[in-house]
Design a protein around this ligand. Structure first.
Ligand code: AQP
Length: 328
């Protein structure tokens, strides 16, 4: 049995990329493991957010976690800002981090590129993420490929702290799926699919209607070759659709390539869309039943209480190791 932790930012409705790359695995990892899943709202505010929108997104994300299959009887589900230990250990982790290593993070470079000013929080996002993970003595962190670098930093920070102040933190391992770890934008398939992409055609959101899904996949960028084969370099659009199709249908990429050998992009895209709709429809149905129920608040209250008890213990140990605060 492993201790698992992961989180999703309530920056918008989770995308098909968030689901296939991370959240789907959150669900399967519940079997035989101790899982803690978080709505990382403090990460979301590292870039400007509308207070009303983020409130709505937090609520939607909680319902979607459950609709996707997170079982509150087996796993802890909570909101990051409701467990203050995250911000507290986040500060400690900032003090263990070096400016140079934070400035080298790809996500910081991408999100700050071309901006006149960015928040200090955007730079110190990775030490907060390290705190999220380390508070629970996490062994395994299911994430998409874009979070690999942050996870490596988390491991470095844990090792650095343990070496300097004594053993406090478990050093976690990433869990990055072999397929689906990087679902690409439908409009620009060399870029990852992202919640915050301003091109609405680029991203499938998990609450998109059947019509929207079909329309977005039908307009996905492919190429002029008119042949369905897997080649990430030469055919990024078709390869991305093959990955999505494979993950949503349970059929291997090779099997799909053979099955669609003599078929056109039109038919292929319709079938990809159908497989996505088949996966998302039942999630959407459960989401609509959950979103208005009182059950949601009860689950989040209980989750925060359980998470706090675990997090407080690690936070105290780290403060003790550092010698801060009063000790008996
Ligand atoms: N395109 C993707 N393919 C596979 N996995 C992905 N993830 C994100 N995009 C893809 C994984 O989803 C989990 C939750 O992501 P997040 O909410 O923490 O933020 P992110 O990684 O920054 O994702 P977005 O969608 O691009 O959000 P914005 O636009 O707000 O920055 C993570 O495990 C992530 O790896």
């Amino acid at each position: 049995m492993a201790k698992i932790f992961s989180g999703v930012q309530p920056t918008s409705i989770p995308t098909l990329g968030n689901y296939l790359g991370a959240m789907r695995n959150f669900v399967t990892l519940q079997d035989g493991n101790e899982c803690i899943y978080c709505i990382v709202d403090e990460h979301a505010i590292t870039v400007p957010q509308d207070p009303k929108e983020i409130q709505k997104n937090i609520h939607n994300l909680a319902a979607l976690y459950l609709a996707m299959g997170i079982d509150p009887k087996r796993s802890i589900l909570f909101i990051q800002s409701e467990v203050p230990c995250h911000a507290q250990l986040g500060w400690i982790m900032q003090c263990v981090s070096y400016m140079g290593e934070l400035e080298r993070m790809t996500q910081f470079k991408d999100k700050s590129k071309g901006k006149q000013s960015v928040s200090a929080g955007l730079l110190t996002y990775p030490p907060l993420m390290a705190a999220d993970i380390l508070l629970y003595q996490t062994e395994l962190v299911p994430v998409g490929a874009d979070q690999k670098q942050h996870l490596e930093l988390t491991r470095d920070l844990a090792e650095r702290f343990n070496k300097k102040y004594g053993q406090v933190f478990t050093v976690p391992e990433p869990y990055i799926p072999p397929v689906g770890a990087r679902i690409m934008s439908l409009a620009e398939p060399t870029k990852k699919m992202s919640k915050s992409d301003t091109n609405r055609k680029a991203t499938i959101f998990t609450l998109d209607s059947e019509k929207e899904i079909l329309k977005k996949i039908k307009s996905a960028t492919t190429d002029d070759e008119a042949s369905i084969r897997y080649d990430r370099e030469a055919k990024p659009g078709v390869s991305n659709l093959l990955d999505i199709f494979s993950l949503c249908s349970g059929r291997s990429v090779d099997e799909l390539v053979t099955a669609y050998q003599n078929k056109g992009y039109g038919e292929f895209k319709t079938d990809v869309a159908e497989s996505v709709i088949n996966v998302l429809s039942p999630i959407q149905e459960r989401y609509h039943n959950l979103i208005e129920s009182d059950e949601l608040d009860e689950i989040l209250d209980e989750g925060a209480e359980k998470a706090y008890a675990m997090a407080k213990k690690t936070l105290s140990e780290s403060e003790q190791a550092l010698g801060i605060g009063r000790r008996n």
